[in-house]
Design a protein around this ligand. Structure first.
Ligand code: TRP
Length: 340
């Protein structure tokens, strides 16, 4: 089995990214290695060019993101870790798949509608084709499972449709491409904004004070958690209740996730607490302790771009070795290029 994850190269990964995704990549990689499965991680710098961006920033943020993944425990000898632009197969497949992708389908993508409305200068053709490149990422590797955020459901459904349409049109009875399965986070795995706990923690749409970054200084982490919005229930009650107590619920879930306990265990351990202060202090300490070793490794790794490039070169080679034969099948089936 092959598990494929695509990660945006925004260097500013936050607690929600860490608890909802990065942490699971690392455990997934270990389980995969034990079961003889494969994990592939792709930092999607080509997707980042579909909206206005600064070239120097993109290169730096891509290094930042790769260094965060390495620091968190992604091991390039156990997994395939590659930078999207280093491996030409998926971009080539993107073009080939446009032949079985309907213009109308792309026009209906929520993310395209939202992002195109935000663009001030140019709605690029790349933004429109974004979902086809994403489909090609997965299909070029015949990925079986793809862990993604809820917001990516429509893109995964499109990917499955593209794969099935491709097979029907060109496969002559064979499944040349594999429709991947999306794996979505459970509701409890969601980290909410500390200031607006009814909203997901997010770099783009959240509040600055309510977003804890993986690379925040311990002092900043403490400050943000201590100022987290709770509620004014009297007497204060430390209980999970997403609807009535979203702030408290979020803090319980964060403390549970960062101390490897269940929310119930956290609630029981705080049975004698008088206010929400203990919950906040403990959550702050647990987040600081979770990020401390990661931050230390990050600082060492990030300094050495040559070492990052060396790891990426290995990743690109492994990725191409998987994707090239799949692309050869696609080209053969589509009648492009020489006969095999
Ligand atoms: N679009 C995804 C996101 O915003 C990132 C991504 C690009 C991706 N290619 C992918 C995710 C392939 C999974 C598989 O999160």
């Amino acid at each position: 089995m092959r598990v494929y994850s695509g990660i945006q190269p925004t260097g500013r990964k936050h607690l929600g990214n860490y608890l909802g995704a990065i942490r699971h990549y690392v455990t997934g990689q270990e389980q995969a290695a034990a079961a003889g499965d494969e994990s592939i991680f792709c930092v999607v710098d080509l997707h980042a060019t579909t909206v206005a961006y600064d070239p120097k920033e993109l290169r730096d943020r891509t290094y930042d993101t790769i260094a965060i993944l390495l620091a968190a425990g992604i091991d390039p000898s156990q997994s395939v870790l590659y930078r999207q632009s280093d491996v030409p197969e998926a971009p080539e497949l993107t073009w080939l798949l446009t032949s079985v992708t309907a213009h109308g389908e792309l026009n209906r993508m929520h993310q395209f509608k939202e992002k195109s409305a935000q663009q001030r200068e140019l709605v690029s053709a790349g933004l429109f084709l974004y979902p086809v490149l994403m489909a090609a990422d997965m299909l070029a590797f015949r990925a079986d499972r793809v862990p993604v955020g809820d917001d990516q459901r429509q893109h995964i459904e499109l990917t499955r449709d593209i794969a099935e349409r491709f097979n029907a049109r060109f496969g002559e009875g064979q499944a040349i491409l594999r429709a991947p399965e999306g794996v979505y986070p459970t509701v409890a795995a969601r980290v909410m904004d500390l200031q607006q706990p009814e909203k997901k923690m997010s770099t783009s749409s959240g509040s600055v004070e309510g977003t804890v970054y993986v690379l925040d200084e311990p002092k900043a982490i403490e400050k943000k958690l201590k100022r987290a919005v709770t509620d004014s229930e009297d007497p204060p009650r430390i209980q999970r209740d997403v609807a009535a107590k979203p702030g408290v619920t979020n803090l319980i879930d964060i403390l549970a996730a960062t101390t490897d306990r269940t929310p119930d265990e956290v609630v029981a351990s705080l049975a004698d607490a008088r206010g929400y202060g203990d919950l906040k202090v403990q959550a702050a300490q647990a987040v600081v302790e979770t990020f401390a070793p990661l931050q230390e490794r990050y600082r060492e790794l990030r300094e050495d771009e040559a070492a990052i490039e060396a790891a990426l070169a290995v990743g690109a080679e492994k990725a191409s070795a998987i994707a090239a034969p799949i692309l050869a099948d696609v080209r053969e089936a589509m009648g492009v290029g020489p006969r095999r």
